[in-house]
Design a protein around this ligand. Sequence first.
Ligand code: AMP
Length: 278
Amino acid sequence: MRIIENSQEMAQACREACRPLGLVPTMGALHEGHLTLVRRARQENQRLAVSIFVNPTQFSQGEDLSRYPRDLERDLALLRQEGVDLVYAPSSKEIYPPGFDTWVDPGALADRLEGAARPGHFRGVATVVTKLFNLVRPDRAYFGQKDGQQVLVIQRLVLDLNLGVEVVVVPTVREPDGLALSTRNSYLTPEQRKAAPVIFRALSQALVLHRHGMAGGEELRSVVRRILELEPLVEQIEYVSLADCGTLEELDVIAGRAMLSVAVRLGQTRLIDNLILY
Ligand code: AMP
């Protein structure tokens, strides 16, 4: 496994790599969710690159950038076990050298939900993903359904800018109690951790009701909201959304694929999750 910090060196290694070449972009602090993406990508490609970069431009002011967990040695050991060929682990200066001033600005899809709660978030994501795609030139790139809106923004980006990368979406990996794996789960106190599966319970209840014929957007959103409100450790419900998968516009009635998604705060910790209803 080659570990590379320098952009030119990474680009060169990727140009020389056998094809197809897969890429899994991550911010490190790897867990089973990340490793599931890595395993899928390992099966489907001749060569596999993983990037580890805590991208400062996708964090808003006051977010957890400085305390975001970092453990490169542990991450590298895990990736070695998975048979990864190339790891790109650049510094912030390598990605954003002095004078850096060009941005990829995604449109309306990026203004809603996470984009409304975290202004500039998807501009940071779209910019770094474009840079990674340009450096690595992967045939396929792997993203988790856990970050459902991110998937939609990246699919749009790839289409709109003709990036020519196949975007592979991997289902959300969950703990046995339903909580979606996330680096931010490590911020939870033991009591908050016990309460957190309420998110998946609320989404699942709406999914079941939808399967039994409930199709009204407001009805389904209130089911989720009511269940979340029963948990006192959920201090804030930032949004409950039932939106069209193409446009992310809120739905009055489900027709076609819809994303039911939530963002809540347990204390200081902000958690997101989603299920697709169809
Ligand atoms: P991150 O390091 O948080 O930027 O995540 C890197 C990639 O892993 C993203 O595409 C995430 O959507 C994906 N990911 C994170 N958690 C999970 C999970 N529980 N299940 C599936 N994919 C995940």
